[in-house]
Design a binder for this molecule. Structure first.
Ligand SMILES: [Zn+2]
Length: 196
């Protein structure tokens, strides 16, 4: 079994070499690289999400997917809320990252109106380097730089429980950060890592 896990780790690294930067982006030591197929977003008629940037109070409520397609205007509003406020740069957020959050919400049995508190969305390269220099838990090839990762929490919902549910989805990387009580979710390889 140990050898099997090791092989998967090597495959993950190789994937990174061939341009699959989604395989890296961990802030801590890899605990487990999972095998198997990644799951796809739930098939639903429409997708609604409420996002809050708690520090500024900025909030959006959006139907970002309906009639079989993502709404470009709504996704622009997502990009804006997820922007790097340190560098003042707006990046592109992959809509499937928001799908992942919505599907987590569904599995938690929470209503669509529940508020996601976004602590970190898109991160410009300089900001990520600053975080690393300050000793913060940020990976060099952080998936935040590619609009594929988010750090969030939901008021009155245990972050560890959110992370456990997210892991069962097999959609990407998940880790719970007890020191700040937030969950990191990304749509890279299916894995988890040690945090503090
Ligand atoms: Zn993160």
């Amino acid at each position: 079994m140990k050898r099997f896990v090791l092989v998967l780790m090597v495959l993950g690294v190789l994937g990174g070499c061939s341009g699959g930067e989604r395989s890296s982006g961990m802030a801590g030591k890899l605990v487990k690289q999972y095998g198997g197929e990644k799951t796809r977003p739930d098939k639903v008629a429409e997708r609604f999400v409420v996002l809050l940037h708690p520090h500024s109070g900025e909030k959006v409520s959006l139907t970002y997917y309906e009639k079989g397609r993502y709404d470009a205007k709504a996704m622009q509003a997502v990009d804006r809320l997820f922007r790097d406020r340190n560098a003042n740069v707006t990046g592109k957020i992959d809509p499937e990252l928001i799908d992942c959050m919505v599907d987590i919400r569904t599995r938690l049995g929470l209503p669509p109106t529940v508020v996601f508190e976004i602590l970190s969305g898109y991160r410009a390269n300089g900001t990520n380097e600053q975080l690393r220099a300050a000793g913060k838990q940020a990976a060099k090839e952080s998936l935040h730089k590619y609009g594929l990762a988010v750090d969030f929490r939901i008021k009155n919902v245990n972050g560890k429980a959110i992370a456990e549910i997210a892991k069962t989805m097999q959609r990407g990387g998940v880790s719970f950060y007890p020191s700040s009580n937030h969950v990191h979710v990304d749509i890279g390889n299916i894995r988890t890592w040690a945090t503090r």
